[in-house]
Design a protein around this ligand. Structure first.
Ligand code: QAP
Ligand code: CO
Length: 168
């Protein structure tokens, strides 16, 4: 397995739209393993393939306390959404910035698992937020797109300065 490089805002590659996975083959399986390793190594609870510059509809996440409940969603679709949940979100692609975002609080989602078998699940609160945050990545969207243009611009300027200082 390998740890992959996580793209950081304002990298334009985070704006690409991911394509559906046609076959859950060995290449996809290897990418999923590497995404889990990359997410756990970075201390994240969710990661979309877009963030590691792989533009396929794949998400990995683990919102459990003990980091022992890995979930993988391939070609995810939201079937129903209800209610509201507010959470101070962060993102491995927007390091060290956290802002409140309100999203639907109960969803049902359909996807393929890593064996390529279709499943449906209901999710609430943090898990529902994580699925929606990660699905936004597959559409080229970031949680900061839910904020005001002024807040987003401030975050962009700060991250650009950090990238300059780090020579990125
Ligand atoms: C997305 O976010 C998410 O800035 C996953 O220094 C966030 O894993 C879904 C992270 C909130 C639902 C609720 C961010 C780690 C991790 C950082 C993450 C950082 C270290 C973010
Ligand atoms: Co994110």
């Amino acid at each position: 397995m390998s740890i992959l490089t996580i793209l950081e805002f304002p990298d334009e590659r985070l704006r690409k739209k991911a394509l559906p996975v046609k076959n859950v083959d060995n290449t996809v399986s290897k990418l999923i393993d590497d995404m889990f390793e990359t997410m756990y190594d970075a201390g994240g609870i969710g990661l979309a393939a877009t963030q590691v510059d792989a533009h396929l509809q794949i998400l990995v996440m683990d919102t459990s306390e003990d980091k022992n409940d890995p979930l993988c969603f391939i070609n995810p679709e939201i079937l129903t959404q209800e209610g509201e949940f507010e959470y101070k979100e962060g993102c491995l692609s927007v390091p060290n910035f956290y802002e409140k975002v309100t999203r639907p609080g109960q969803i049902t989602v359909k996807a393929l698992n890593r064996e390529g078998i279709e499943f449906e699940m209901q999710a609430n609160d943090l898990l529902a937020t994580c699925i929606q945050h990660e699905m936004d990545h597959l559409d080229g969207k970031l949680f900061i797109d839910h904020l005001s243009a002024l807040k987003r611009q401030r975050i962009k300027a700060k991250l650009e300065k950090i990238h300059r200082l780090e020579g990125k």
